[in-house]
Design a protein around this ligand. Structure first.
Ligand code: SF4
Ligand code: SF4
Length: 437
């Protein structure tokens, strides 16, 4: 689908993989991922409530492109209003069905989701396509529907929650600053605060309100600067390693609750933590198995009673392996989900309590009215692949939707478009700043 490439669509669920690659695959089934499993997240739910027809149109287009005979919309049972909208949108479409998920974390992880919907397990180092499935986030399907009408990705639905006066979900131009979206939500209630960019479990902390909304960001959570979750997420790696060496009891809860371990993958974070102390005698396979970690964060935010962070260690090992060009040799055996998987799913409510975020459990209704922003800063490397190459110059006048950066020849990448009408103020490395007209 050339239109998906031309519209600059990347996975809206967080990873930012260029979507035209998936549309070029051949599959039996397309799963629309509406699980939105991060606690408090609701931008996708709002989208499914307000625009179910566009999501189903996007799903049908993707089924057509991939040759899939079946479409499944996976959504949590508790998203009643979204289910109502989607049920109406699929009426009479016999090749599409709803799949209702239990409310657990991480139901939206592609590996977990494929297992829930099909019963099939994606083996180590593989993708859903190895099981004949393409998974696409509902926000991406919405964008595919728009692309078919010639509309590129210029806006993003984002929920702004936490310590703000009027939590809500907004449709904002890509490149809007966090300061502007917090102002749209009535402003912060505190003078000093931190922000989690993305969901509370997998998101990263920033204190910088000049950072901007990108095509993959569905949530900004404003929290007190000294909230325990902020302390956990900003802990330095060296301190975490020191703590693991002195406090890890080898209870193995991190392994027993790890979604990838439960799917039968050979990832046992407690053994990786043990290797920090006895690195010289640990089998290299144990250390490199960190490459199988999805970074879901369940071990650090829920499983570990000592407050340690196996996820952070695994992510660092993954990065180091990739820097050195090493890779973990995935098992050649077909993975089989462990029997205990069924009763080890972590209920989202319990996770929310463990995170200390119950006070922020509120509805963030969708407000699609347009908010004037003075300036947008568009990062040209929001996606997986090579940064996009600017095709505009400083001083150029643009209309919303104009192409501003293209995919470098022969490389994996994504296009970018002006998210507001205005003038190119500056081009700084991988960033284009547009002053709104
Ligand atoms: S859960 Fe924590 S204490 Fe237990 S083995 Fe894992 S890292 Fe160590
Ligand atoms: S972050 Fe922790 S729980 Fe999640 S996959 Fe990695 S090791 Fe397992």
């Amino acid at each position: 689908m050339a239109r998906v490439r031309d519209a600059g669509i990347i996975g809206a669920g967080g990873a930012g993989f260029p979507s035209h690659i998936k549309t070029g695959s051949k599959a039996e089934m397309v799963i629309a991922n509406g699980a939105e499993c991060e606690p408090l997240a609701q931008a996708d739910q709002q989208l499914m409530m307000k625009h179910p027809d566009k999501i189903i149109s996007g799903l049908l287009l993707l089924m057509d492109a991939t040759g899939a005979s079946k479409g499944v919309v996976a959504v949590k049972k508790r998203y009643k209003a979204s289910i109502e909208g989607l049920s109406g949108a699929i009426l009479g479409k016999e090749n599409i069905e709803l799949f209702l998920l239990r409310d657990f974390y991480p139901a939206g992880d592609e590996f977990v989701l494929v297992h829930e919907v099909t019963g099939r397990v994606i083996s180590e180092g593989n993708l859903p396509l190895s099981e004949g499935v393409v998974v696409q986030n509902v926000g991406t399907l919405f964008n595919i529907c728009e692309a078919a009408r010639g509309i590129p990705v210029t806006h993003r639905h984002i929920s702004v929650l936490g310590e703000v006066r009027s939590p809500a979900t907004f449709r904002v131009p890509v490149g809007t600053s966090f300061g502007d979206v917090i102002a749209m939500a009535g402003g912060a209630k505190l003078n000093e605060y931190a922000m989690i960019v993305g969901g509370p479990v997998m998101g990263k902390v920033t204190f910088d309100v000049s950072r901007t909304v990108n095509k993959t960001l569905g949530m900004l959570l404003v929290l007190p600067k000294h909230h325990p979750l902020i302390a956990l997420k900003t802990r330095q790696l060296t301190r975490n390693i020191r703590l693991i060496k002195s406090a890890c009891t080898q209870c193995s809860y991190c392994t027993e609750l790890c979604p990838r371990y439960l799917l039968g993958h050979n990832l046992q974070p407690h053994k990786i933590m043990r290797s920090l102390d006895y690195g010289s005698v640990a089998s290299p396979d144990i250390i490199t198995s960190a490459a199988l970690c999805s970074g879901c964060g369940l071990c650090e935010t829920y499983a570990c009673v000592q407050g340690l962070s196996p996820r952070q260690v695994n992510m660092e090992i993954r990065a180091e392996l990739s820097r050195k060009g090493h890779r973990h040799e995935p098992s050649k055996n077909k993975a089989k989900a462990r029997q205990e998987m069924g009763h080890r799913k972590v209920p989202s409510e319990r996770l929310l309590r463990r995170l200390g975020l119950e006070a922020y459990k509120e509805v963030a209704p969708l407000r699609e009215t347009s908010y004037a922003v003075k300036q947008v800063k568009i990062d040209l490397s929001q996606h997986i692949g090579a940064p996009a190459v600017p095709v505009v110059e400083e001083g150029d006048t643009l209309r919303q939707g104009d192409l501003i950066a293209d995919i470098p020849a022969g490389q994996l990448g994504a296009k970018y478009h002006a998210s507001v009408s205005g003038r190119v103020q500056r081009i700084d490395g991988d960033e284009i700043v547009i002053e709104a007209a």
